[in-house]
Design a protein around this ligand. Sequence first.
Ligand SMILES: Nc1ncnc2c1ncn2[C@@H]1O[C@H](COP(=O)(O)OP(=O)(O)OP(=O)(O)O)[C@@H](O)[C@H]1O
Length: 646
Amino acid sequence: MGRHRAGVHAGEGGEADPLFGRGIRLSFGQLRHEGAGLRTSFLAMMRELPGLIMVTVRLSGQAAPRALPAVLIPEFLAGVATVVTLLSTYRVLVPLMTGGPTKERLIAAIPALAVMAAAAATGSGMRAISKAAVSRLAPKIERLAYTRLLEGAVGAELAALEEPGFHNLLEAARQGTRSAKLVITQAAQLLSGLTTLVAVGSVLGVLHPLLLPLLLATVVPKGWSAVRSARARFASVKRNLELTRQLDVLSGLLTSSDVAPEIRAHGAGGFLLGHYGRLSAYSEEEQGRLGQEEARLSLAGDAVSGVAAVLTYGTLGLLLVAGAIPLPAAGAAVIAIRTAKAGLISLVMSINQVYEQGLFVLEWERACAEAAEQRLRTGDTPLPPHPVEIRADNLTFVYPGQTRPALDRVNVRVLPGEIVALVGANGSGKSTLAKLLTGLYLPTAGGVSWGGVPIEHLNRRGVFDRVALVAQDFARWPATARVNLALGRADSAGDRERLWRAAMASGADGVVARLPDGWDTLLAREFMGGTELSGGQWQRIGLGRAWFRDASVLVFDEPTSALDPRSEVEIFDKVAGLADRGRTVILITHRLTSVARADRVYVFDSGRIVEHGRHEELMRADGSYAAMYRLQAAQFADREPGVGAH
Ligand SMILES: Nc1ncnc2c1ncn2[C@@H]1O[C@H](COP(=O)(O)OP(=O)(O)OP(=O)(O)O)[C@@H](O)[C@H]1O
């Protein structure tokens, strides 16, 4: 794809992105703030501002209840000090500019000068105290916000975490947690800017009432451009969230050690870099467009504000000439206006920041609310004591965002102490069923029950507690070997005997024995002191986790895919042993020889169960299971010396 038209984003206008398909285009459809952002009036935006700040203020109240007054009170006192400084400037100027001997005039100015110095020093001191308080408070707010977000994500339904929209929201919310810190810093500055402005305003009001609206006329246009460009920046970030995440994924891949061998062996580096460059160009174009928009807004704000400033000085001159204002008052007014200008710049910058960052904090709040809505739905019926029968009745399941069911009216029975095997072609729904039987997903239609109670009525955390799951893509935690084995019952991680027992059952004992620091070896080569395991070694660790968890229902999804033949046989023996000891085993495998020992085999095809029964029954039935079994057996028979080729 060549260079895109100016203003047209990746995938917009119907064409799919050559790397990510329709993803980026779809993300544009999900924007909620963007359109609204550009239509919102200035007044509406200014009305939003206190609400935006309040989200962070509430957060800071929870993060450190006493810290906020420590920020606000000194900031307020600093504002008061500014008023006093300005008023005393006036009092210094009056004796200096009125007639009389110079010495007397100087002496008359000294008390006001002393007050001015004291007020200025107090103002600086107060600002320093507030700054120190902000730097103590801000990280606490950030941590609290981030922890809340993580708690929400951890407690959400698995299905929610598979929705891209939720991920975009989480990404914006993650930014929101950093923003909360900035909002509090900037809100303190905003308060300081406002107090300065009020101070200057009141001084000007005292000097001559006409100067006050003129001062406001210099402030408002700048505030308008600041808020508008903050909104435009926020909209731009939202608009590009999916693109930003995709760029992050690409740069992560280019630097990841996991895919580094394939990138080199397949010469994929140039290809990926090319796409990185292409997608970055979209992002750069967006930034350029945004920069232009901000420059336009700023110019418009400056122009109106500049005219107002000229008018202010002009009015001051006219008032002076007309004798409506004495010379010292005019001098004080000039100083007040200059002070206002400095305060104004900082005020405008903080309004801009508070507004933009505040919108992200709102995203954080929205994500927390969304996560709460998506919180794991759980009933309060306690689990019947083990052993329980697990059933799926007319179970249908459609993944979020999909239209075709992954499971279509499936009926399954798993009796306590049984080994139930799920077999069938890739993508036929075996892993999905295992996740539904163990309560990780809830049915779209039909039902799953444990001991006759529908799973949604049960305490699902209680269900999880009864389950040990060795998923096909089990987690390889970047942690020590001990944690990797014991994570399923982290409280017992210190139980060495239990660790060794689990390790011996899965064959992980030999792996751990060869590790440089034994159980304390870090299994993550990207960190200092870390080491890496082979695929089969990892699988033993993953399997050991199931034994360590010691649950009554065990799900093994392709448990031996990376094991050597001898280890594979050993593992299946151990799995059979688990069932002998009353554990229920759900086994998903393509190794049909190991299925022969199962009490029942369910054969899947395109989300449906096409056959079920014991191995012998299925062989006699001579259906698809028998065909698959013979196909596998024939592969070995063909290679037997004297029987087949080679
Ligand atoms: N998280 C998901 N979101 C959307 N669709 C999914 C998800 N996981 C699986 N699917 C789809 O559901 C169907 C069933 O997948 P499942 O993983 O259950 O198959 P499987 O029988 O276990 O396959 P395999 O033998 O390859 O492991 C497939 O069409 C797959 O594309």
